[in-house]
Design a protein. Structure first.
Length: 477
């Protein structure tokens, strides 16, 4: 029954149901009320004209304008109804002065400048900024991350903060839940935030009340029962765990059995995460609680920057930080991503890096979790490969990891995917770390996966048509 509920709540099923209802209504209207078709067509032409003029006159990039105008042309009435769901173009960030300085040719100065730019952007646009991590550990699998997370949760003394897109009952979360209940009974403050859409097929409506009765403060992000159109497509995609504001976790791992290998979905599930000790935990705690972080943070240790995007602002920070990482790279860029549909800005940054001699390598899944979205991922992979980017597929199964390394010195781990939803719609988070040891661990993991990976196969006619359709409706899925 849970699998059926999960299937019925997927975005593709909801979108298909919406389209079916719309076309059924149009058919009923055409049969029962033919006299209204002519005035309806006139009204549609007028509304579409105003919408087209508004779109054409907006300052959005061409890729955003083209998608909307084509949608109006292809599906007049439906296009008008779907326009609010499409991702709005991110507003350009007015960069701090230090982020406008010209690039230096020396690697050392360039490294310092990149960290200063990312730190300044994070501080200005999400109030977080740079700090120092006393210890940083990379987890190449969800199982390793899950084992250490359970150990840290059991040792919690004052506070546990969790924010995840997906939670599902099973071995992994049930073990965590038992620890949370024990800690709450012992007086530890426990707070849990989860996304209602992400958990629509895995948790019951009564779950928050059950947790509250056990002393666990629970918040459901954008409940679906309210069904506000603006909120439906804007979800909380973050993965954060904070223990005593001393330890923080982030990455691609959700609290469900497939992430630790206890449940087999789409072959072997490859995921990654990072554990940070010290000042970064305070910044991640501020994201979960909504509080202002401490003004003075320890700068000793591995330099790192915590950053995030929410669902309210149109000024998106993640895309700008990725752009600066890609643009600053001089030797190598290595990327794990489950979904590859970068904005034109990031696509050009990757192509420019490859053209200038930077070794750009990207790894995507071989077995998809969403076949329609996978067609779009492969289409972008082939385009980047034609421009000199090396792209391979994770042959063993589904790759859900979200990480980047550049020049063996800079690393990113977080919840961001390189697609429209992450870059323009959802609440996301991540950490940028300048640490050679961390990068070495991540690069070794990437190299092993890349060597065992397979080339992206040639595109079939069906994939070409599906990818074309997905480019138009990409922000909806």
């Amino acid at each position: 029954m849970r699998k059926v509920r999960y299937l019925l709540c997927t975005r593709i099923v909801l979108s298909a149901a919406f389209l079916a209802c719309f076309f059924a209504g149009c058919a009923a209207l055409a049969i029962a009320l033919p006299s209204l078709l002519l005035p309806a067509a006139a009204i549609e032409r007028v509304l579409s004209l105003f919408a087209a003029v508004f779109i054409f006159g907006s300052p959005a990039p061409f890729e955003h304008k083209a998608r909307r105008l084509f949608l109006l042309l292809l599906l007049p009435w439906l296009g008008l109804l779907l326009l609010p769901f499409l991702a709005r173009a991110p507003k350009p960030l007015p960069l701090p002065q230090e982020a406008r300085m010209p690039q230096d040719t020396k690697d050392e100065t360039q490294d310092d400048k990149l960290f200063a730019q990312v730190s300044a952007l994070s501080f200005r646009f999400c109030g977080l900024g740079g700090c120092g991590a006393q210890a940083v550990r990379y987890f190449p699998t969800g199982r390793e991350m899950g084992e250490r997370l359970l150990s840290d949760l059991k040792a919690a003394e004052t506070e546990i903060l969790l924010e995840f897109y997906l939670i599902a009952r099973g071995k992994f979360f049930d073990e965590i839940l038992r620890v949370l209940e024990q800690k709450a009974a012992a007086g530890v403050k426990v707070k849990l935030i989860y996304d209602d859409f992400g958990c629509a097929g895995s948790l019951s409506r009564k779950f928050p009340k059950e947790l509250s009765s056990r002393g666990i403060e629970t918040t459901v992000f954008h409940p679906l029962r309210a069904f506000p159109l603006k909120r439906l497509n804007r979800r909380d995609h973050r993965k954060i765990a904070v223990i005593d504001r001393k330890i923080a976790y982030t990455g691609g791992v959700n609290l469900s059995d497939e992430y630790i290998g206890e449940r087999i979905l789409f072959g072997h599930w490859k995921d990654t995460a990072v554990r940070l000790e010290g000042a970064p935990a305070n910044l991640f705690a501020a994201l979960v609680t909504g509080e202002h972080p401490e003004e003075t943070l320890c700068l000793d240790g591995s330099p790192c920057v915590v950053f995030a995007d929410d669902t309210q602002s149109d000024a998106r920070l993640g895309e700008e930080i990725f752009f600066r990482i890609f643009s600053a790279a001089r030797r190598s860029i290595r990327i794990f991503t489950p979904y590859l549909a970068p904005s034109e800005k990031l696509r050009q940054a990757l192509l420019s890096a490859a053209a200038s001699g930077v070794k750009v390598q990207i790894m995507i899944p071989h077995i998809p979790d969403k076949k329609a979205v996978f067609a779009l991922t492969r289409a972008h992979a082939r385009e980047l490969a034609n421009g000199g980017v090396e792209v391979k597929e994770y042959t063993a199964g589904f790759l859900h990891a979200k990480s980047v390394t550049a020049d063996g010195k800079h690393a990113f781990v977080g919840s961001y995917n390189l697609d429209g939803r992450s870059l323009a719609l959802q609440a996301e988070c991540g950490v940028f770390v300048s640490d050679g040891t961390l990068c070495a661990d991540m690069d070794r993991d990437f190299a092993a996966c890349f060597q065992a990976g397979s080339e992206v196969p040639k595109q079939t006619v069906f994939e070409r048509l599906l990818a074309f359709f997905m480019r138009l409706f990409g922000p909806l899925v």
